[in-house]
Design a binder for this molecule. Structure first.
Ligand code: G3H
Ligand code: 13P
Ligand code: ZN
Length: 309
């Protein structure tokens, strides 16, 4: 199938109360593992590249990898730019063949976020590309800030409503207490579901995106540590919380760290257990197998997207 934009995929997820995994990739190994899992699970899938991934591998190379694997698939695949920061980031991705872009102007003042998002929406829609934006600053409750400063980082539901109406954006990432990386909480995991519920009430037919949604599986952390990794304090979003989010209006669930951890754990294990091996395909395959297990597990048991394509 051709890569498609996110419009129909997110609408279907919203209507049928499931989430679509949006998994980051940086190379053949990550892309192939994610797409083979989606095909096996008959699940729609979003694959995404950060600007860092584009710097690492090259925009045309990443698009070519995505297209060449998606071509023979039967499930819908969308290729998203993750955290584009400027109009130029988004234009480069759109011109190269991405089918959804995120403009993350969440660190700018609200009105500037609106202006930049509108400009990206105008260009993207002309090219049949959908757009995700963000308001609120993604941060974990681990930040030692006072309650009022803390509140200022979370998405304001009324602002979310106004932002969607003002920009014509296709999906919106909101801040409810998740954060990027492997250390998401210092104490008990806690998300502001009251904010998500309020946004869902104000925007009942609108797809919401959750960033920083890795669960940081402790068995994978242990495996990596057993083979030399140092990952002190790693803790992620409990799967029950993600299930609940997907039952509300969260339709796109961003996962990068869980796949990085899985790939790293597999490669470490393979290299330690097979010190004579110098064929990278062999240790890459062990990492890829662990990525596939993670992606399949999430589609089956957390996001509920299996058999929805
Ligand atoms: O949202 C951030 C993603 O995990 C991408 O991370 O910029 O290191 O590729 P990166
Ligand atoms: P994690 O670090 O939780 O995997 O989040 C990834 C993400 O939000 C990419 O945009
Ligand atoms: Zn993110």
């Amino acid at each position: 199938m051709e890569l498609q934009n996110a419009k129909n995929m997110l609408a279907h997820a919203l209507k049928n109360n499931y989430g679509i995994g949006a998994f980051n990739f940086v190379n053949i190994e990550t892309c192939k593992s994610i797409l083979e899992s989606a095909e096996a699970k008959k699940s729609p899938v979003i694959i995404q590249c950060s600007t860092g991934a584009i710097k690492y591998a090259g925009v045309d190379t990443l698009v070519a990898i995505a297209k060449s694997y998606a071509k023979n698939m039967t499930v819908p695949v969308c290729l998203n730019l993750d955290h584009g920061k400027t109009f130029e980031d988004c234009k480069i991705a759109i011109d190269a063949g991405f089918t959804n872009v995120m403009i993350d102007a969440s660190s700018l003042p609200y009105n500037e976020n609106i202006e930049l998002t509108k400009k990206v929406v105008e260009y993207a829609h002309k090219h049949n590309v959908t757009v995700e934006a963000e308001i609120g600053v993604l941060a974990g409750v681990e930040d030692e800030v006072s309650a009022s400063e803390d509140d200022a980082k979370y998405t304001n539901p009324k602002e979310a409503y106004d932002f969607v109406k003002a920009t014509g954006v296709d999906s919106l990432a909101i801040a409810i207490g998740t954060s990027h990386g492997t250390v998401k909480f210092k104490g008990e995991p806690k998300l502001r579901f009251d904010i998500l519920q309020e946004v869902a009430k104000l925007l009942p037919d609108f797809p919401i995106v959750l960033h920083g949604a890795s669960s940081i599986p402790q068995d994978i952390v242990k495996m990596a540590e057993n083979f030399g990794a140092k990952l002190t304090g790693s803790v992620g979003i409990p799967e029950d919380m993600l299930r609940y989010a997907c039952s509300l209006n969260v339709c796109k669930v961003n996962v990068d760290s869980d796949l990085r951890l899985s790939f790293t754990a597999g490669i470490r294990k393979s290299l330690v257990e097979n010190p004579e091996n110098v064929d990278m395909r062999k240790y890459n395959e062990v990492g890829m197998e662990l990525i596939k297990q993670q992606v399949c597990h999430k589609m089956d048991n957390v996001f509920g997207s299996s058999n929805k394509a």
